[in-house]
Design a protein around this ligand. Structure first.
Ligand code: FES
Length: 137
């Protein structure tokens, strides 16, 4: 039996969180592996939030934001996009594979896409195995 990864999802309230709501309304099927944290904008997710999620047992972290041009704060998602290189370095320096962090732009109209992303990320993490904090290598 493959393990069921713990995914912490930081979801922008205007798009990805609404997309997750829509996925529920559409009864889109996806694994129950993600725990969403609603944030005002993907740009409000700080590196320490991501590291804390991993330190507390997440096998993967998803940051979900609005598509470019749709951020309610104009540039929050651009800021998030620019931070990815920083996140990758922080994760590698902390002993985690950078692939354990995923950034996706999912709008409130993309319920099926939200479900697909969770399904894909879950499969990817199952192939990678548990995070080093959870006994993985
Ligand atoms: S408001 Fe959604 S990413 Fe900024």
């Amino acid at each position: 039996m493959s393990f069921s990864p713990n995914i912490v999802g930081f979801a922008c309230q205007w798009c990805t969180y609404a997309g997750a709501d829509l996925a529920g309304n559409l009864r889109a099927k996806y694994p129950p592996t993600v725990k969403l944290i609603k944030v005002p904008c993907s740009g409000r997710v700080e590196p320490e939030h991501v590291l804390e999620a991993f330190a507390n047992g997440a096998d993967g972290v998803l940051i979900g934001g609005c598509h470019f041009g749709d951020c309610h704060y104009k540039t929050g998602n651009y800021k998030t996009s620019r931070r990815i290189a920083i996140y990758e370095k922080l994760l590698k320096d902390s002993g985690f594979e950078a692939d354990r962090l995923r950034l996706e732009w999912i709008s409130g109209a993309e319920g099926y896409r939200f479900a697909e992303v969770i399904e894909e990320f879950t499969k990817q993490l199952q192939e990678m195995g548990p995070s080093p904090m959870n006994g993985g290598v």
